[in-house]
Design a protein around this ligand. Sequence first.
Ligand code: ATP
Ligand code: MG
Length: 254
Amino acid sequence: MLILTCASLSGGQGKTTVAILLGRMLAQTGQRVLMIDADPQANLTFYLGHEVQQNQPTLLEVLKKQINTEDGIYEIGENLWLIPADDGLDNAQEFLSGSGMGAIVLSKRLKEVSDLFQYCIVDAPPQRSQICLTSLGAADHIIIPVEASSKGVNSLIRTLSLVEELQEIDAFSGIVLGILPFRDKWVGNNQVAQSKASISAMRTIAEEIVVLPSILESEQFKKAIDKGVSLSSLGFEQLETPFQQIIERLQKNV
Ligand code: ATP
Ligand code: MG
């Protein structure tokens, strides 16, 4: 099972959007995909239409090892499974920091189910929290979605510096698969100045890391997520280019 974490240290950078659409596309190609909601905001759980019932285990119980990992997994659709979250996930912070090895906890828990899935996609929280560290620590590959704006550039700098810190203490030994510009705005054939300037800044900061084709500013992404369908089935196949590139890069690295 290849673990891919969507991480970016600022709110609204496209982490959840990328996790869902990529997960669905991989599932459609016949791959068994496990999605993990590692954000106490629980947007991924909500968008995937899963309601956590009282007394039902979530990622919190998986991290704390109160249950077997398999018992925290719910089937969402064809080839698609989820370890959900609710706001109780905040309680994992104390457990992870107290464990003294917070960054490797998720990785260890996922080993139990590594034969059951081909891909695992982790939706990390926007804060530099223990849950974020364990999400990055579990990753074979990291995707960093960042808004095509100065806020996005700042998020990229902060995220890359956290990845470096984790590399230095051997808590992350995978690769950054790519930086994914989010909400790249065009008017007709012209890219808006702010998008152009911030993506160019991202290329400079990225050095040898790939800057993937952008996710364009469009309402279709939210529509696809709300309706539970793909962008291509809405007639917007060209908007899927970034995801197709990610899938190609994943297949090369597997
Ligand atoms: P958070 O840090 O709060 O978890 P996030 O990084 O997960 O945020 P998303 O929730 O994926 O970010 O996206 C932020 C917002 O952008 C959402 O309201 C989403 O519907 C919207 N959005 C998604 N794709 C696009 C797009 N291509 N163009 C414009 N808006 C988009
Ligand atoms: Mg999110």
